[in-house]
Design a protein around this ligand. Structure first.
Ligand code: RRO
Length: 309
């Protein structure tokens, strides 16, 4: 099939627009190498903190037919591990996600990444982890987001994108877009999980995950309409800044819908957790098949062209 689903953004070239969301199956070196050897178009690490974190107590991940609920609590190997593995991932775009628990944590990691030169192709700054007890999602605090970005771009001159929480109010799309416009943002990833959701098991009359009294981030089908909405809003409000879509992508059809809304590339979260790395080849095949049926040869022929007038 001579159908091209490659993606180019911020100087990165991806042979497939599909890659992993930060979170599932991207924490250990072994998992990152598996992603590197898969059909994923890029490799993205689990969000890093300055040092190793064990994360929240288990069970901390739940899935049902509609999606997932997680309260992982940022388990990760620490930033040094994600920098040192870069040498083994050199033929694919490698993006490191960072999620400091404070501004100084984030700045410390960015200084380290800056010092590491070109080891890492890009950074995804996570402004939206919902699961660390006592820590707010910075992306919901507009003043703090702006203050953080001001410092970020003073110390880091590599490619840096932001991972946003989902927004639900037009004024919030407007306010966040106005902040992001003022900085040389390489890409915007929409969206993180819907924070602090609750799934109840009626039979046992109990919550389904242990941390935070059962509250956690919602992903999968539950998240898709919110993800599409956020991609569409930021695509329209941030011309020239690539938007990466994430939320409930299970099939080629889901990926197609995200691209119609304006996504340049697409991340897979809950479905990667469920299916494993084979999902990238399957979804790519489904996307190409759908494009062929519709007479499209490359993504730019329909990217952003959702009829909404
Ligand atoms: O590790 C987590 O609990 C987690 C993170 Br950092 C995030 O950004 N989003 C999410 O749903 N879980």
């Amino acid at each position: 099939m001579s159908i091209d689903i490659s993606a180019r953004f911020s100087g990165l070239t991806l042979s497939s627009c599909l890659f992993n969301a930060s979170g599932p199956r991207c924490t250990s070196s072994g998992e990152l190498l598996e992603l590197y050897n898969s059909k994923a178009g890029a490799v993205l690490s689990k969000s890093a903190t300055p040092g190793f974190r064990v994360g929240n107590p288990k069970p901390r991940y739940f899935e049902n037919q509609f999606g997932s609920l997680n309260s992982m609590g940022l388990p990760n190997e620490g930033i040094e591990s994600y920098i040192s593995i870069a040498a083994q991932l050199s033929n694919k775009a490698y993006i490191v996600s960072i999620a400091g628990l404070s501004k100084s944590d984030n700045m410390q990691m960015l200084r380290r990444l800056q010092k590491s030169g070109q080891a890492v192709d890009a950074v995804e700054l996570n402004l939206s982890c919902p699961n660390v007890p006592g820590k707010a999602q910075i992306g919901y605090d507009f003043d703090s987001t702006k203050a953080l970005l001001e410092e970020v771009f003073q110390v880091f001159d590599g490619k840096l994108g932001v991972k946003l929480p989902p927004y639900f109010d037009m004024i919030h799309f407007e306010q966040m877009a106005a902040i992001l416009k003022a900085f040389p943002i390489a890409f915007v990833t929409c969206v993180n999980s819907i924070g602090n959701a609750l799934i109840v098991d009626a039979e046992s009359e109990s919550v389904v995950i242990r941390p935070k009294s059962g509250f956690g981030g919602l992903g999968g089908d539950y998240l898709k309409p919110t993800g599409l909405a956020n991609v569409r809003q930021f695509y329209k409000r941030l011309p020239g800044i690539p938007v990466i879509g994430v939320g409930g992508v299970k099939t080629g059809l889901d990926a197609f819908e995200y691209i119609l809304c304006g996504a340049t590339a697409i991340q897979v979260g809950s479905q990667l957790m469920r299916e494993g790395i084979d999902c990238f080849e399957r979804i790519a095949f489904e996307l190409k098949t759908l494009m062929k049926t519709k007479g499209y040869k490359k993504l730019s022929q329909f990217r952003g062209k959702l009829k909404d007038g």
